[in-house]
Write a protein that binds this ligand. Sequence first.
Ligand code: G6P
Length: 475
Amino acid sequence: MSKLIFVSNRLPVTVKKTEDALRYSESIGGLATGLKSYHEQGSSLWAGWPGIAHEELRPDEAEAMERELRNEYKCLPVSLTAADIEQYYHGFCNETIWPLFHYFTSHTEYSAETWEAYRRVNERFFEALDPVIGDEDTIWIHDYQLMLLPQLIREKYPDAKIGFFLHIPFPSFEIFRLLIWREEILQGLMGANLIGFHTYDYVRHFVNSVRRILGVEHHLYKMNQDTHSVRVEAFPMGIDYDYFTASREADKLSPELQSFTENAQTVRNILSIDRLDYTKGIPDRIKAFKRFLTDYPEYREKVRLNLIVAPSRVEVESYDKLKRQIEVLVSEVNGQFGTANWMPVWFFFRTFSQEDLIAFYRSSDVLLVTPLRDGMNLVAKEYIASRTDLQGMLVLSETAGAASELFEAVIVNANDHGAIASGLKTALDMPEDEKTEKNRAMHRRLARYDVHFWADKFITALGQADSGHQPSKPL
Ligand code: G6P
C-alpha cells in the first residue's frame, strides 16, 4: 500500500532527557504547528530530527525513543550528532540559509565546513528514509534544511513522486546569487516534481534564479529535467481553523491564564507572539510601542503590551544578542513610562501551551505582528480565527507572507515606528461594526483555505505531476 511520507528537519515532537526519563513535547514554529493536525488525522509517516543529540542517549534509550515515536506519533527519528547540530543546524541552516533567505545579508556566514555538514546531513536523511520508501509512495519534504534531499531521492528512485515546500521566503535573485553554493541548492531542489511556496512572489523569485543560474526556462511554471518535470506553484499555508474557533472551557487553562483572562479587561491588551528571531522585528516593535505611548499619551495606563517570546536557537550568537537587546528595550519602556499602578510591557521569555495561547488571543484587543521578513506567519491567522466574536484587530507588516491574504488588517511597514504607532491607534479605536466586517471577510477566507485545504491541494497537485523518465524536450 502506498503511503505519504513527510520529511522535515524537526519532528513535530521534541524529545528531552530529564534525570529519570525521556520527555516528549510539542515542537514550536510554523511548520510543526501547521502540519501537525494534518499528520494526526491521516496515515502518514513523519521523518525528522527529534531535537536531541545522538550522544545524549544510551543505546537502550535511543531504542525506546524510536519505538515511542513510531508507535505513538507515527514518526521516524533521524539522529544528529552534536557536531551535526553545531555545523549543519546552527551553522549552515541558521547562519547561512536562514539569514540570507530573509534578506539579512550582513548576518550571513559562508563556511565550506558548514556546507559540507549540510550535504552530509541531507545524505543522512536519505539513508534513514531509504529503507522505508516504497515504489508507490509520495514523499513530501519540508523547508530550507533539506534542499538537497529531493535530488538525492530522485537519483535512486527516478519514478518517485517528490514534493518540496519552502516555509520561508525565497529571496530575489540579487540576494540568492550571493550564496556560494547556489547552483547545488537549486539542483537539489530540482529533483522534486512539485515545489511549493507560500506566495506568488517567492515563486517568481525561484524561477528567475533557476533561469539565471541553471539556464533552465519555465513554461507556465513547469520546467523539464532529464528524468522528470518540475512544477512550481504558490500554496499559501492555512491553519486548523476548526481547532482555533472551537469553544473552550476555562478550567482547561493553567491557573495563571485563568486569572489573567478574568482580569484582562481592566486595560486594553496588545499581544505580540514570536519565536526569538531577528527576522521578527521585535526590537522595532518595542520601539514603536514606545513611540505610541509618546505620540498618544492618552493611552498611558490604559493599554498593556504582552510580549511573548519563545526561546529559539539561543546557541546562535545573533539570537542570544537579540535576547539581551529585547531585555534592555523592555526595561527602558517600563522605566520611562511605568507608574506605581501600571507596567506598560509584560515580557515572557518562555513557551505557553496552545490552549493558553488561545486564551491570550481571545483576551487581546490587538495582535501586533511586524516581522521584518516572514515566509507566512501563522500566528496572525490563528489570532483572527480564535476571535470568534469578530472583535479583535490585527496590525501586520507588509513583509509577512500573510499580508497578501489578510489585507483587511491594518497593514504597516515594519521599519516605520510612527506608522506602527498610528496603526496601533487605528486598531484600538476601530468601531465595532468595522471590525466585524473586516474580521468576517478574513474568517471566511481562513475557513475555506485551512491547513487541510493547503495539504490536500499540494498532495493532489503532486499526484498529478509527471514522473518517470521523460526525454528532455526543448521548450
Ligand atoms: C520556522 C522554520 C521551521 C522551523 C521553525 C522552528 O518556522 O520554517 O523549519 O522548524 O522555524 O525553528 P527550529 O530551528 O527550532 O526548528
